[in-house]
Design a protein around this ligand. Structure first.
Ligand SMILES: NC(=O)c1ccc[n+]([C@@H]2O[C@H](COP(=O)([O-])OP(=O)(O)OC[C@H]3O[C@@H](n4cnc5c(N)ncnc54)[C@H](OP(=O)(O)O)[C@@H]3O)[C@@H](O)[C@H]2O)c1
Length: 313
């Protein structure tokens, strides 16, 4: 069987590069991996070039720039980055940019006869809780379905890696994780560097996954558990901010609105994920502790021990 050609949008990003690596290391299905980037000379592009990614200079703002690359493609990974157009106060504009760029890419896939789009998806909680960066992806899912383009909808969850940018405050012998959420808030999260393993399952088995939803989630981890695991793995005393729901609600307007809305979706329990289902698709899916004890940046930032992961090996 000839190798399957997969084109990745956002190939230099967290999700896209994970998909590229997963496809290039597949031992069963052979993949030829193409990646669209605005800058093939960048360091991240060059790293992917060395791994065997065929780089295409293209811009989501200009469908002509990547149209040729889609010819003969068996699959496309589509993840359009809301945050690229977001300046902190223009969420609706960034949402509309993501939708327009995504729809143009879907149209180009349809014209080229692409056999499967794996769309990096998020659901909408509107009208109860409109969140522009969720609503954009939900609108694109709707459009792909309307256009009748074969697709798998890969619903993501919170990146555990976001915590590597959380502020830490030293208070006596304790370190307070600056995550302003009530302790019992459950955060559906996953290691985004594993998203490629989910996409790979869909690209390798389109007969099983076309038209289906897939969910990537390692754990619905409580805020209190995050602090507990960091303490266990480090021997240091991590603790939460201990905020109440009212404290959290009072932060509206005082922190980035998109982030606050995203947190609100967790506080109100809108995001539903079942890690058991993710484990069935990708048995290596990491829960929070497995991620924390293997992620280089987390190990460094939080002073974690890698003994746990060694014991799991
Ligand atoms: N953080 C979270 O917890 C989380 C959770 C779930 C979903 N998400 C969603 O994930 C998305 C971000 O994905 P990511 O983390 O993989 O992003 P990322 O690491 O920031 O990478 C962004 C990618 O977008 C590409 N890009 C940006 N503008 C482009 C354009 N005009 N034309 C072509 N390519 C363009 C960049 O490519 P070049 O610069 O090489 O051109 C880069 O590869 C967001 O929409 C976010 O809502 C985030």
């Amino acid at each position: 069987m000839s190798a399957k050609k997969i084109v990745i949008f956002g190939v230099t990003g967290v999700q896209g590069s994970s998909v590229a690596r997963a496809l290039l290391t597949d031992t069963h299905t052979k993949f030829k991996v193409w990646g669209v980037t605005r800058n093939p000379a960048s360091r991240s592009s060059q790293e992917l070039d060395k791994l065997g990614v065929q780089l295409v200079k293209g811009d989501l703002e200009d469908a002509q720039s990547y149209a040729d690359a889609l010819k003969d493609a068996d699959g496309v990974f589509l993840n359009v980055n809301f945050w690229a157009a977001y300046k902190g106060n223009n969420a609706e504009e960034a949402r509309d940019t993501e939708i327009a760029q995504s729809k143009a890419a879907v149209d180009a896939c349809k014209a080229a006869g692409v056999k499967l789009i794996v769309h990096s998806a998020l659901e909408s909680y509107a009208p109860t809780l409109p969140i522009p960066h969720f609503d954009a992806k939900a609108e694109v899912t709707k459009y792909i379905k309307e256009q009748g383009v074969p697709a798998t909808f890969l619903y993501t969850s919170y990146y555990f890696t976001n915590l590597n940018s959380a502020k830490l405050e030293e208070k006596g012998d304790e370190t307070v994780l600056q995550l302003p959420l009530p302790d019992d808030t459950q955060i559906p999260g996953f290691n985004p560097n594993q998203i490629g393993w989910f996409a790979r399952v869909a690209f390798a088995n389109p007969e099983e996954w076309t038209g289906k939803d897939m969910y990537a989630c390692g754990e619905n981890v409580r805020v209190s558990k995050i602090a507990r695991v960091l303490s266990e793995l480090s021997g240091r005393k991590y603790r939460t901010m201990g905020v109440s729901k009212d404290d959290f609600l009072a932060l509206e307007g005082k922190m980035d609105k998109e982030l606050w809305l995203n947190y609100r979706a967790f506080v109100d329990g809108h995001m539903k994920r079942d890690p058991a289902k993710s484990l069935k698709i990708v048995p290596e899916t990491q829960d929070f502790m497995a991620w924390a004890s293997t992620d280089k940046a987390a190990i460094e930032k939080f002073g974690l021990s890698t003994e746990y992961s060694k014991n799991q090996a």
